[in-house]
Design a protein. Sequence first.
Length: 418
Amino acid sequence: MSRRRRGKKNNTPLIAVLVAAVAIGAIVYLVSSFSGGDSGCGSREEDTERSGYCVTTRNDYDELVIVTGNTQNTPAPDLDFTQGELYNILGGVFYSAERGSSPSVSIVSASGDNHTIDYKAKYKVAQNIIASNNELKKLGKELNKAIKSSPLEPGADYLGGIIEASNLISNTAKNPIIIVVGSGYNDSGALNFASSEILNSYLQNSDSITSILSQNRQTKEGALNGASVYWYNIGDVVSPQSSMNKYKEDTRGIYTLALDYLGAGRISLNNYTGVTADAKSVPSEYSVQQVYVDELKIGDTFSVNENIGRFYPDRDVLIEPAEVKEKLTSFAKRFNPVSDTKLKLTGYIAFCVDDGQLGLSRAETIKGILIELGVPGDKIETHGERGSPPESPNESYTCQSNLPETERRTVQIEVVKG
């Protein structure tokens, strides 16, 4: 009796289904990865009436201005608008934009005259949620990069940046927010920590802050008109600025008073991204005057460059000597004449054109001001170099400086061992 052969089972349809499922899964994975891994609206609801939109609520912010501390003395801004709270804030602004319009996001530099920083403002809500989320993530990455742009001017004025931010907020904004990142230590403007004894004034009488602002025409009461202010890393500094950790709470107190006076809505000044011990500022050719509160110690410096005071061309005569004296006052007050220290003044010039005599005579001019401010003459030594400040440890000057001319023409003051 012949055996009946068992027929082969046809697995082709099952294999085809499995291949198709794997292919679909791969496509979904690739699309999800390309869009930042978020194919929905997350904690938001999808807008059923407008394709590509996630729903916003009245708690969402509809306009955003970032004030970035992209200057010396403060840690390089390290905010991340692609995740967490900042991503959610940016999402509210992003989905508050009308179809075809870019979200209302601006960046203001804390440096100089608080100019805006350009970035690629081309990202908009798309026709579907996956594409919109992809645009939102790209916008976040663009902002992360733009806030680290190098400054184009010397100095720092965070309060001026906040006021400029308020000027950029439209009249139609219902719930705008200003996000600030940086130390908050200004060397110009209404709250000049470097020259105007702001911290000491506050410690003696906190009402002095409101008084200072009320007397300055640039700080108009109520100017922020209810805008929220979130501040990251206030009081954190990097070299060459000495640590200000013991004054962090006082700095927050000063800005709380200032922002209240300016009419801010919600104020949050305790936000922190984590600043490492080896943190550095954004690479910059422009200096920021340091803040000194305690007695000067060996290694402390002060640069009398053209941001502090200008000399007439090829002369040792200051154009505004009274202004230079005012800016040097706080520094000179912190020199202890009975300590085992002295001040070393070195004059530099923009180009190597003489044997150092012009630099020396300019150093002598600054020495005269310091003597007027109470520093004993025998505690000051002067030197002159024939070029610009050195750019490497093994040179005393350079003829090939990469610094702007305004930073090359300077008298550098250093506290040294007596």
